[in-house]
Write a protein that binds this ligand. Sequence first.
Ligand code: UDP
Length: 390
Amino acid sequence: MILSKVKKKVVFLTGTRADFGKLKSLISVLQSDSKFIVDVFVTGMHLQKKYGFTVNEIIEAGFKNIFKFKNFVNDPSMEVILANTIKGFSKYIKKNKPDLIVIHGDRVEALAGAIAGAINNVLVSHIEGGEVSGTIDESIRHAVSKFSHIHFTTDMSSKKRLIQLGEKSSNIFILGSPDFDLMKPSKMIPLSIAKDYYDINFIEYGILLFHPVTTELHKLEKDTKTLVAAVKKSKKNFIVIYPNNDSGSQFIIEEYLKNLDCERFKLFPSLRFEYFLSLLKASKLIIGNSSCGLREAPFFRVPTINIGTRQNRRSSLKSIINIPPMQGKILHAINASFNSGKMHTNPRLNFNLDSDKKFYQILVGNKIWNIPHQKNFHDISSIIYNKHFK
Ligand code: UDP
């Protein structure tokens, strides 16, 4: 149990649907215990109409103590959004004095949270560090880990990578992926409700979710046009979801609006997490480069067509077809996936459905509250050197 009788204030920072789905069960489990005061700092895409104004989802989930901060004013550059978020979160920290900051993943909002927290000497914990991918996310994720004192990873491989980054093994906890907490059959929303809510009449359909790769913006126009042409040519139905707000996303949205405005395509800025999960579970495939093609889709045994480098080296499951953005290959993969039925996935994948309980057990214990705020690089360079370079 927590040593001190004093309540611990924990703030969760969320900037997009992508991190909210992974924080939701963790926020709930702490809010239900009076030993914790739980704040939710909401920023980023959540407060943009263009991306679905998903702050409403957070309010409707019944979470209390919501602090809204608009980090996007005129300039959509990611580094400006980073700077704005640092400013806004720094103000929150100074006023509200949290004991622990919880952030997720690899977006600029998470980086802002980690920087502002570490510099203000507040414990920072990071969910899903130690993973590998493409785009600028790869660098942001590792940078966030270096500013974090506590790590909650998906699996052992991520833990090992964090150790390689100089993080201390005893401060790294394997949690699994907390979005799976909401994928238990008992938590799933019936498909008919999700379909009614979004007025979707398709019997068979795929899901298209494609983000820009910020390190390859010179290819964005060609890749987007190729993908859009292929889904059009496939003659299949698609639920099309807008990308996140990374540099280049406006071009993708405009291509969708120009080319996919017909009955076979239903376009949405964003779907509510639980509704999205039900629709994903019943879909014939997910195509694009979203992380949920590598996480949630394999869990539901839905085929994934993963295009390009955004999710580089992240997973080698059999249900995931990795292809370059070429029309012939995309069309072939769409047809094959529509005909394939449910996929086999690797049973070794960490489908832990109780991340929230594990998280709670760790937070209610003494150990993490005593983790020093001064980080020390855990040096294994001589071991690596001796093994590989001697
Ligand atoms: N997601 C959601 N609603 C949507 C699309 C996605 O709740 O309309 C969730 C999805 O389940 C996944 C997360 O958002 O957990 C990540 O999706 P996204 O492709 O936006 O971001 P990425 O993780 O690839 O950066």
